[in-house]
Write a new protein. Structure first.
Length: 206
């Protein structure tokens, strides 16, 4: 299996989510890469669509490798294995987190464009991203929506490595992923077009 782009991945993902039609779910995409995928899911499920801003805490010398993640509402999840094996210093971790919290606040303001957030109390939330390599970002998203009152949390991604699915299964009520290769490497390897979306592209899709 391989995806041409995120929109195509979202359409494929929808085939695994038919059981959610008519269930009154809310679809939240993790920007920016999750927005094209989430839009297809929201359209297929006739569901309200918004974003949930989370930021990966990447290693200073390898930003794509997550040592943890932060989310709106002050939530924070750490990947203890990565922190331990990388031997990142407390000061380096503190700087990365400060930078990412600044970017989180900026991105939420720009992408949401002043629109109020959807009330999640008592709702079933479908969290959508373009894939999971470690699961750290999605895990913090799960914690965030539970803090905001979500009754049930379903994670839906087009591709993920087995370890990420295992990790997120602990914090989500259900994980839906049609493709779980054992040798994923990075999420981008699953796509022909995996370009970095701009704020403008994501805002237009929203």
């Amino acid at each position: 299996m391989h995806y041409s782009d995120r929109t195509a991945a979202g359409r494929t993902l929808c085939d695994s989510l038919t059981h959610l039609r008519g269930r009154g779910v809310v679809v939240l995409a993790l920007p920016r890469g999750g927005v094209p995928v989430g839009r297809e899911v929201a359209l297929a499920l006739h569901a309200p669509f918004d974003i949930l801003v989370v930021r990966k805490l990447g290693l200073p010398w390898q930003p794509e490798l997550a040592m943890g993640a932060i989310g709106e509402g002050g939530t924070r999840v750490m990947n203890d294995d990565v922190v331990r094996h990388s031997r990142v210093s407390p000061s380096a971790l503190k700087k990365v987190e400060a930078d990412e919290r600044h970017e989180l606040a900026r991105r939420a303001k720009v992408l949401r464009g002043g629109r109020p957030r959807i009330d999640l109390h008592g709702r079933t939330v479908v969290l959508v991203d373009d894939g999971m390599a470690t699961g750290a970002t999605v895990a913090v998203a799960c914690h965030s929506v539970r803090i905001e009152g979500a009754d049930r949390v379903i994670v839906a991604v087009p591709v993920a490595c087995p370890e990420a699915v295992q990790r997120v299964n602990v914090v989500a009520d259900e994980v839906v992923c049609p493709w779980i290769p054992t040798d994923l490497g990075g999420v981008g390897a699953a796509y022909d077009d995996f370009h970095q979306l701009t704020d403008t592209e994501a805002s237009n899709l929203l």
